[in-house]
Structures are given as structure tokens and as C-alpha cells.
Design a binder for this molecule. Sequence first.
Ligand code: SIN
Ligand code: FE2
Length: 226
Amino acid sequence: MARAVLVTALCYFRRMDLFEENNRHIEIAEGAQLLGGFATAAAPLLLENVATIATQAPFRHLLTPGGHTMSVAMTNCGRLGWISDRKGYRYTATDPSTGKPWPAMPAAWFDLAQRAAAAGGFKRFTPDACLINRYSPGAKMSLHQDKDEKDQTAPIVSVSLGLPAVFQFGGLSRQDPVQKHRLQHGDVVVWGGPARLAYHGILPLKEGHHPLTGASRINLTFRQAQ
Ligand code: SIN
Ligand code: FE2
């Protein structure tokens, strides 16, 4: 009897743990929130959409202005897309590799980004650009600020899908100490206000297999670029 009660209690607390884990909501810094599992339910549809978008605007490895090839493969959807080449970083209305407009942002993406922004404390977020990053094992994103957007009163909404990664989040100066947070499939990070120009990056992706993405991580970064 005592044993049964103990087992039941342990199962109960374990379920609570899992619940907490999937719904953890952490304030990383003032203006920056990690919404654990916010996009888990939408993930299969998001990934289906990514595959369709990539048939129209293929993933590619962009060149930095300094001439280095980025390890992360990128594409975009939305009215504007973020690109980099020898001339610099900027947003364009057309995909330089096809000459066509970027694929439209699916309505469900816009809606998800808007709900995540609101949950992070930012109302009326109207993203016009979504950068899609694809990481294979070893790919990384060095510490940087997102500062190519005209209106920096709007937040950044960043959705993680597939393999987990370590997200670095620092301060407004490159030298500030960085926090490390493990981002799992379905996690969303929202940062704006006093954290809008915080340095952030992704450590080299570890090998692994995810049932929905295989050996890769997909990140969707929503921005109000113009
Ligand atoms: C980015 O900063 O553009 C990407 C961040 C991420 O992959 O989580
Ligand atoms: Fe970024």
C-alpha cells in the first residue's frame, strides 16, 4: 500500500516536472523571454511550410561582407528577406538567387509570431520578414546583434525546431558576459525593449537525430524590418 502511494506520488511529480519543462517561461533579461514549448503544437505544420518555401527559395550559404561563407544555410519568407554578401547585410524584396519575390509568410506563421510576441510582453507585433536558418552538425552563429531593421521598437521572435542547440545571450556590448540556454524543439525566444540589441549567437550544433528534422535544426527568426 505504502509502496503504491509512493509510486503514484512519484509519477505525479514526474508528470508535473514534464509539464513544467514543456511550459517553462523564463525571463532571460529585462525584455527577453524564453517561452518553452510555445511552438511545439505548430511545429509539424511549420516544418511542412519550410519544405515548401525551400522549393521556391532554396537554402543557400551566404557570404559575409568579409568574404567568409556562413556555416548556417538560409532562406526567407515574407515581404522582405535578410541577406548578406560582399556589399553588406540588408533586407531585399526579391531573392537574389531567383530574382523573384520571397515566398509569402504563411498566415499561421504571422499569427504564431504575434501570439509569441504578446506572450513575451510585446503587443501589435507585425513581422514583415522571416529569416529561416538551417543548422547541420558543426554549424554555428557567432555573437551578433540584429540591427538591420528600421524600427527597433519591435521585438525579435525566434522559433527553434528540430535538434537542440545552445543559445548564447549577452548584453548590449560584445564584451558583456553571456548566458547559455538550451533551446529545444518548439521553444520560442522573444527579445525587445531594453534587450532588443542584445548580442546573441548559437554554439556549434551537436550531432543528433530528430524525428521531424533528421540531423538538423531549423530556426525561424521573425522581424519587423521596415
Ligand atoms: C539568429 O540570431 O538569426 C539565429 C538564432 C538561432 O538560430 O536561434
Ligand atoms: Fe540574430
